[in-house]
Ligand binder design. Sequence first.
Ligand code: ATP
Length: 761
Amino acid sequence: MSTERQGNRAERGDDAELRAEQSFVTHLYTLLDARRAAEDNAVRTSLSQVTTGQQARLERDVAVTEHGLTAAALDAVDSGLCFGRLDFRDGTSRHIGRIGIREENAERTPVLIDWRAPVARPFYLATGHTPMGLRRRRHLTTEGRAVTALHDEILDLGDERRTGHEDPNGDAVLLAALGAARTGRMADIVQTIQAEQDRIIRAPHQGVFVVEGGPGTGKTAVALHRAAYLLYAHREQLARRAVLVVGPNPAFLGYIGEVLPSLGETGVWLATLGELFPGVQARGADTARAAEVKGRPEMAEALARAVADRQAVPDEVLEIDHDDYGTLHLDRATATEARERARAAGLPHNLARPHFAFRIIDALTAQLTDRLGADPYGGPNLLDASDVAQLAKEIAASPEVHAAIGSLWPQLTPEEFLTGYLADPTHLPEGEAAAIRREGGEWTPADVPLLDEAAELLGEDDSAARAAAEAERQERIAYAQGVLEVAYASRTYEFEDKDDEDSEVLGAHDVIDAERMAERHEEADHRTAAERAAADRTWAFGHIIVDEAQELSAMAWRLLMRRSPTRSMTLVGDPAQTAEGGGLGDWGAILDPYVPGRWEYTRLGVNYRTPEEIMAVAGALLRAEDPGFTPPSSVRSTGRRPWSRRTTPEGLPAAVAEAARADAPEEGRLAVIAPASLHEALAARLDVTAGGEPDLTRPVVLLTPRQAKGLEFDAVLVVEPAAVPTSDLYVALTRATRTLGLLHTGDLPAALADPGTVETR
Ligand SMILES: Nc1ncnc2c1ncn2[C@@H]1O[C@H](COP(=O)(O)OP(=O)(O)OP(=O)(O)O)[C@@H](O)[C@H]1O
């Protein structure tokens, strides 16, 4: 029976099954509304509390944040709250939903099972062969709060009972989801997760797990559902350490940004690589060559040597004018020895600097002692130990001495160091140095791993931050001291007339001292773990998920591995989609330096996005270079072949605009994917703005092939495909869920010119 007919029947309200589900779902929403009202109430009550004291204020803020987050999570799961039902052979049934909901009774009976709970697993895994105790699996389709259709799969073939909602192939809901109009925002797949995907989503979280799959195989969807699952299964641990999802660019993060909230999870940090150095916004752009050079593993060595170069010794004797003692001399041999001793400490540059300074001050003190205390008759030095100590103090306090030390071994921030390095790159072959040389300018995403590397080599220059933190700590201690004094005074007063010394012995001072009390205040930092993680370069995440992982450079991996000392990571990607000059080639090259032989690998083989007709063309493109290449198999076919049209260079913008009008879906989104050089001319015709971050929710979106990575649209027009490198073209060709058109002025790549697969218009 078609979904439409079921819908009509539902409207007539003559279907007992539908009516029963509707009344159950209505009850669920009543419970959800009650929970939400309770959270809103808790926020209001907390806000209206008149609080005195820092602790009480912090507690109130924490309460407001926590209840606010829960209320937001409850709002986000409203749509499609309940989407499934399991009928077991023993006669019991369970409804499955985005979150778990319990009855408001004393037993707190579960009425809706969270999709992540073990008991919900048969919803995703059970088959006629392995029914996992199920008699029937039901999918509920809802619009708002109305149940509009039911699809039942019979898993116990001996069971004769029928509901009139049977779905013979068991794929009607999946196909409806795959064929639905796109909105510019990725939707969750919680109702239709396939068995091969479920196994990845629920795999253990320790260790590194690589998920490879061709275009549209659901890698991104699986990665996000895995984040939600891991937070559910290991909430304590992961919520505290936070989960990081790394995506290729801000538009992509916007595209996937609604999936986790719709699963009730708001505490995951989605970031691009360019956002992973706190305080730096990487808004600049590199040439492809510069980005490639900056990503090479040799950069680590080049930077380490450049940092060592900042530990200089004078070519000739350095003269240092001391206000009181005249000129001091620092010769090359003394400075070299000080440098060697400081380096031997094995510390990062900024942390080894005091060792260097100490040696220099020591040497200058010895020099001054010799000069001032020399016995004209050749006897022993006339200065005693306390005179020498006084001289050392005066030398250490001299700004000129500090300036001299600073000129040889400067205190450096990563930003200062890298700015200097990029202006004059050293320890690289000249061609590479020329590719990255830059005076000032904005930070780029490829600079971020270099900044991180520099921060490691330099050691945190956190003296200012530490001084500020210490001042703050002292303030808290002073405050806590005051609180304790008041408490102690009142306690003493309380027991005053009882003449009971023991009671006083148990006064507040003995239970907690001011320092510990201050620490407790500190612990009440009410930022979420994700917020704290975003502000802390040295944060160790509980789990890291990397999407489009094939693109990351060796230097980017160094940064990410530092953020995951426990190596709890999920990496999803497709080597065939690696941009030219990007990535490291294969997973072993990425991972073996960090977890040699200790990573798991799995493949997804079904393409849920791209129809068969489009995939045939995209596959042929790669097969032309690699005859053994096998693309993922498409789950759908539309019967519509991709088309191509040749036009003149002058006529190209008009032809694209006309095709965009003709192919624009009634509902949904169309993307024009074209080389950047054509964007200005095309933007004027398409009524979109060129440059900047694209707005993916508009009906027509103009993108470069690189920007299209990871995204999808109902209809796609690829302009001048011959001008796009093969792997980028493969990405561009595989973005459509329905139609693909090619517009070109010269010859098409041979694989796209086959009349058997591409219709010429
Ligand atoms: N089990 C599923 N149920 C419904 N839709 C699904 C399912 N699996 C994947 N999809 C849909 O298929 C499309 C492609 O998924 P996704 O973007 O995760 O693929 P991908 O492997 O990351 O692709 P690419 O490598 O091309 O970026 C999305 O619209 C996603 O929602």
